[in-house]
Design a protein around this ligand. Sequence first.
Ligand SMILES: [Zn+2]
Length: 411
Amino acid sequence: MIVKSQGIWLTLAQDSEGPRCGAAMNDLSEAKGQALAIQGDRIIDIRAAEEIFSLYESDQILDWGNCLVMPGLIDPHTHPVFLATREDEFEMRNLGKSYVEIALAGGGIRSSVRSLRSATEDQLTDLVKERADGFLALGTTTIEAKSGYGLSTADEIKSLRAIHKANAEHALDFHPTFLGAHEIPDEYRDNREAYIQLLIDEMIPAVAKENLARFCDVFCEEHVFTVEESRRILAAAKNHGLQIRIHADEIESTGGAELAAEIGALSADHLGAISEQGIKDMRDAGVVATLLPGTSFFLNLAKRAPGRKIIDSGVAMALATDYNPGSCHTQSLFMIMTIACIHYGITAAEALTAVTVNAAHTLGLAHDRGQLKVGMRSDLIGIDAPNARFLPYQFGSNPVRHVVKDGRVVS
Ligand SMILES: [Zn+2]
């Protein structure tokens, strides 16, 4: 297959060890009038269009006109396995109820847990596949996907199996995360220690034994899991060969970022209340900060992660949707880039680096995707935009015109 476009090509191809941080996040490599040759699921060449056409023959030539061409987007934090949506809570919040009030009245994560437990694995698989269509149509070709609305061994395993089935049957790539430590389920409200023991002694070993997840995540937050509890759960996960990501310091600064650095997490996420020490520790340990600006926007929180400061402090930043039925119901990384630019004071180039190269790093996939480069996976998208700055500038519409995943046209 050969893909050509007269528009801008964002190859993001400067080589660097590890994720991009500081000024390197602003480095975009742009070219014009390129073409790219694909064999199987790999990019085998990229150069001026006339050279590609003199070197390769193909019966499948895709002419993307004036589209901007860039690597498929990577969403490193999503919760796509749920049954019921929660638009009623969205309206309640807009009419003045707080997220905490709604949670105390039985809404929030706990309502998603009740509904997920009533669903079959096949029902969940079908829903996850439908949602995968949504991600691909919006230019996202790889996602990290968490369980976390089951909160029992059987329901967490059911959720992770749904992700695996969807991954096998759908073009979108899923990288599964076990998030049994998303909340304390109702039946353990009076005995949280017993739930933590269940996570450590039964759920994590079961997930690891069936190879159902690459990562383990914990919601480390005041009123959810303390730093000490999170440390025990994540240590057990590490012992079972899982890699670590953490929901850290979203609302209160409890030392989640520091724990992420201590335990060698790939990513610490949210960070709305990260401390000075947390920023330093993450930089020194090379933990990526995955920020979720859609969530603070959707919950209308005044407190936002210090995105500008995090980049300027030398911590590598990634961006994700946090797609979930409660606190952020969007699948669009373009929308996320717009909010990030406005709320964090960052550039289009920094936002693009955050949803490609750096997002790939948080999933341990930077050798394989996140850039248009020879040898990389042939995941690429064609966007109706004249230049890179236009991407976050235009919001609320889908600019994606073409999607190629693993060398196949999928959208
Ligand atoms: Zn989340």
